[in-house]
Design a binder for this molecule. Sequence first.
Ligand code: TYM
Length: 334
Amino acid sequence: SKTRFLTGITPSGTPHLGNYVGAIRPAVQSSQRADVQSFYFLADYHALIKCADPARVQRSTLEIAATWLAAGLDPEQVMLYRQSDVPEITELCWLLTCVTGKGVLNRAHAYKASVDKNVAAGNDVDADVSAGLFMYPVLMAADILIFGANKVPVGRDQVQHLEMARDIASSFNHLYGELLVLPEVVIDENVATLPGLDGRKMSKSYNNTIPLFTPREQLRKLINGFTTDSRAPGEPKEVEGSALFQFYQAFASEAETEALRQRYAQGIAWGDAKQLVFERLDQEIAPMRARYESLMADPAQIEAVLRAGGERARALAAPFVRQLREAVGLRSLA
Ligand code: TYM
């Protein structure tokens, strides 16, 4: 049987270059392998945790679906769906909640970051923390476990969530039998974490994202804004700690990366390095950008693709959740 690849993106904003290199590009590549069955989705239940703006969730869902398609996913070959079109995911989430230690969730990075911020500000530890944020890793485990995914391509920031999904699956299996597959994380080491223009992780939370389909001239301007040191043209540059270099590495081949490393040592001017990075990036993105624009001109078509994908995904999920209901002692719905 085929290896199942699965990954999701939260539709709470416009897809950015970090989403592309961390999840979309590796997912599209693996979807073209004959030995792989792919599940790619829009994590709209997750979006509600951070985003109480219905119009934004809908707009972002459309944009991210169009992005998956523009990047080359064939919706006939893969499962492309909206998480909320498979409501069995929330049912599994409850079954998993009951076997998840609260202490495990206390240690989740996203939750801890909120707690630490509150403590530093002298507020109540849980001020402004929703139970949704706290439960986030369990919902994510349900996304993965419901389709028996073997491999989950993600950026480095999701590694802890994958570890938790494995722990939760093990607890469930220990109590009820070997019903859940333990998923493995897949990280592209040349990417791991794509930096933003300020050198920090590119992230919606840091407000330093570059939208994947930024118009060409605007993209050039943005790349020119990369933080660099004050070394003059001709002076050797350090690749270590250069966000511009790390960024290039996420897009370029090994040979191209090696060539830039040498030009750093030879003292390439920062302006020339930025121009090279822009050209490499634009070469990869331009054809996708054109496809994206024509897809976005026909939202009804995107919606139809999502609905069809949702029905196919649900047809797989529903019988599996019925099996799990029985395993834990609930009434069989069959
Ligand atoms: P989200 O929407 O924050 O990000 C989607 C994907 O993009 C990756 N990513 C990055 N990769 C490299 N460098 C960056 N700067 C960068 N920024 C974002 C993320 O690692 C992720 O792979 N919880 C998830 C969505 C989700 C999910 C799942 C993923 C829900 N259920 C099940 C996999 C399996 C999230 O919010 O990702």
